[in-house]
Design a protein around this ligand. Sequence first.
Ligand code: NAP
Length: 337
Amino acid sequence: MVKTKKFILAKHFVDEPKESDLQLVEDDLPALKDREILCEAVWLSVDPYMRPYSNRFPTGVTMIGTQVAKVVESRHPDYEVGIHVVGHFGWQTKTVVNADNPGTWLWLKKPYIIPDFSGLSLSLALGVLGMPGNTAYFGFLEICDPKPGEVVVVSGAAGAVGSHVGQIARIKGCKVIGFTGSDEKVKWLLNELKFDAAFNYKAIDIVKAIQQAAPDGVDCYFDNVGGALSSAVISQMKNRGRISVCGSISAYNADINKLPSAPTVLPLLLRKELKMEGFMVSRWHNRWDEGVEQNLQWIKEGKLVHRETVTEGFENTAKAFIGMLRGENVGKAVVKV
Ligand SMILES: NC(=O)c1ccc[n+]([C@@H]2O[C@H](COP(=O)([O-])OP(=O)(O)OC[C@H]3O[C@@H](n4cnc5c(N)ncnc54)[C@H](OP(=O)(O)O)[C@@H]3O)[C@@H](O)[C@H]2O)c1
């Protein structure tokens, strides 16, 4: 009998998630049936969406999440033993899954066979060459439609998606301004990612910072965080500016009934004729490989820098998740199982 370790959602999160909301247990896995594969986790992803999404599931479920896993046993002709896949298997070390119909609730309907990354770490399939990378690629280019010379503001700028968006903006010849949560992250954005300007949003006046860095205003805003930071950025948009609403992490731990309501930005949208569009990266699932290939190409050309914050050990996944929500990560937060 094969054993797996997994984290169970013991309590729904209230405010900031606590380690005690998740319970580490051991379970037995069944023998493989036809079309099933046994996968062993190598890398786990911890992502912001897990905070709001997990509360849609009953307590007692395996904590949701994506992982890079090695196929160690297979009764499916498309999945050879030894290959690596990305699967929505949740926070568990081993998984038996029907590869034709894993019963997943996200866009990846089947375990995704990781293509050749030219020797780069397979963990990148959870970051710059995976979901966050495609979020940056499609969510920025398709919605903001940036033009050379335009001013782009990115919030959550030192995270997985934000750091990537800022670099695509530079590749496209834009001027890039990033907002992030520490002076150390600001230095990374300026010195290594070559942002034109970067600010610690916890320590400055956001409106003044934009007025200094971009006196004529902002053409495109890629919004990872929402809240007061975003209201301030939107107040500095040029007429007919474009806003891509990717995430609202500033609100993920909040009681939604206590948040300020939309009218804080609606008069600005009207007066400046702004376009504001939310998206889910799954919209582009039919073009998935295009995003991965382009991002890989930019890495090979030295145009796209990627960074990971790696937590060692499956047992530390809850810590890594809570740390990521607190801003302890630079680049993509992953767990090495
Ligand atoms: N629409 C989609 O399909 C899609 C797909 C992927 C991700 N997303 C969204 O994109 C955003 C970024 O995701 P990611 O995976 O790249 O995560 P990430 O940026 O790597 O990690 C989360 C970061 O959020 C920042 N943060 C935490 N609380 C904050 C607050 N109150 N105000 C401002 N920033 C805060 C922290 O950085 P600081 O130190 O800078 O505060 C933290 O490092 C999230 O909102 C996520 O939900 C959306």
